[in-house]
Ligand binder design. Structure first.
Ligand code: 2AM
Length: 175
């Protein structure tokens, strides 16, 4: 059976994505690496990996009813994942509301037979890949406030030179 690589994410508005791209430009002279395309920037809430096409269809159908409690986070720091050679932007500490959104999402996904990851949730927006120097700039630009009220379900297709993302469903904002 065919599979689809899926993840749930917060997707920034175009102005916020533009600000995140400016964070990436600011860091690039320090770290090297490859800029992500602005329209692909996101914060992953749950990475599902490859799932059967039938389950993907179920998730696409169910996602609109999986409401996300509206909240805001502040992206105020750079970080690196040295092994993956990623530079990212994220909150200093994981905000409790975002942690709860992550945990609640995985509890809901358990009902579809999907198991939560063993590793802790590290909310981040990947800005640069294949960095050459795993040292973020000492100073970050002004913090970015991100108000969110929905999440998106994204299908990711691997292509040479990167991934193509397709938003296949989104949760409905609370009335
Ligand atoms: P990354 O940006 O830190 O690589 C699509 O690949 C999205 O899913 C990206 O945000 C990516 O995070 C994330 N992702 C890929 N593999 C993952 C994994 N094994 N665990 C958690 N997130 C993953």
């Amino acid at each position: 059976m065919s599979t689809v690589r899926l993840f749930y994410a917060l997707w920034p508005s175009p102005p916020l994505a533009g600000s995140l791209a400016a964070w990436a430009e600011h860091a690039r002279p320090h770290c090297g690496g490859r800029l992500m395309r602005t329209e692909t920037l996101h914060l992953t809430l749950a990475f599902l990996g490859p799932v059967d096409a039938a389950l993907a269809d179920e998730l696409i159908a169910a996602t609109p009813e999986r409401r996300l409690a509206p909240a805001a986070i502040e992206l105020d720091r750079y970080g690196v994942f040295a092994r993956q050679r990623i530079l990212w932007a994220g909150p200093g500490d994981t905000p409790p509301a975002l942690q709860a959104a992550h945990d609640g999402l995985w509890q809901w996904l358990a009902g579809f037979g999907l198991g939560a990851p063993q590793h802790p949730f590290r909310p981040h927006v990947t800005l640069l890949r294949n960095i050459e120097h795993p040292q973020p700039p000492a100073e970050a630009p002004a913090p970015l406030r991100w108000r969110y009220d929905r999440m998106v379900l994204v299908a990711s297709e691997s292509l040479t030179g990167g991934s193509r993302y397709r938003i296949v469903a989104q949760s409905r904002p609370q009335a």
